[in-house]
Design a protein around this ligand. Structure first.
Ligand code: S3P
Length: 188
């Protein structure tokens, strides 16, 4: 049996039961890591946490303020520490910022202690989605399409190390959530 429409309560329950490690969503800005992460956590009856929100909470500053006041390296170090903490505290679903999995230490930790799920999406969709909010400091440094295209090239090698790879598109979030759960079910 397979197929999106057949991912019923029993299958979701069996899937949740098999998980002994956090699910960690990775991928570029605009792929929907937080939205999809929250949704699959709800479907599986697991907790959800967003690493960027935790960084903002811990530092009492927005991501843009951290980049402006302290620089990207400082942000990356905070991100590494926050994700390390979340990985030990959380058995549910964790959404990470787009650069987190590029950091060697963070990537090694996620791969060892969690299940990394790469949400991979075409550039047109990412440009459209990221244009809805102007809270991402990296996208203020030039043209968003050029920046996202470059980041995709630079980061895909690291992202491809994830245990689960889901190619998404401009689909409704519930369909992407189903795609993720089916890919996960196959991998498990
Ligand atoms: C970043 C992605 C952002 C945030 C920060 C840096 C990146 O998170 O962590 O602006 O390096 O790709 P989202 O991927 O959730 O937008």
């Amino acid at each position: 049996m397979s197929g999106i429409e057949e991912l019923d309560e029993d299958r979701l329950g069996a899937l949740a039961h098999k998980l002994d490690r956090p699910l960690v969503l990775i991928g570029l800005m605009g792929t929907g890591k937080s939205t999809i992460g929250r949704r699959i956590a709800g479907m599986l009856g697991l907790d959800f946490v967003d690493a960027d929100d935790e960084i903002v909470h811990a530092s009492q500053r927005s991501i843009s303020e951290i980049f402006d006041e302290f620089g990207e390296d400082y942000f990356r170090e905070g991100e590494r520490r926050v994700i390390a903490r979340l990985m030990t505290e959380n058995k549910g679903v964790i959404a990470t910022g787009g650069g987190a999995f590029v950091n060697d230490e963070t990537r090694a930790l996620i791969l060892k202690q969690g299940i990394a799920i790469w949400l991979d999406c075409d550039i047109d969709t990412l440009v459209e989605r990221t244009s809805r909010r102007n809270t991402r400091p990296l996208l203020k440094q030039g043209g968003p399409r050029e920046i996202l295209t470059r980041l995709k090239e630079e980061r895909s090698g690291a992202y491809s190390r994830a245990q689960v790879h889901v190619v998404t598109g401009d689909l409704p979030h519930h369909e992407t959530a189903m795609q993720v759960l089916e890919a996960l079910e196959k991998w498990l």
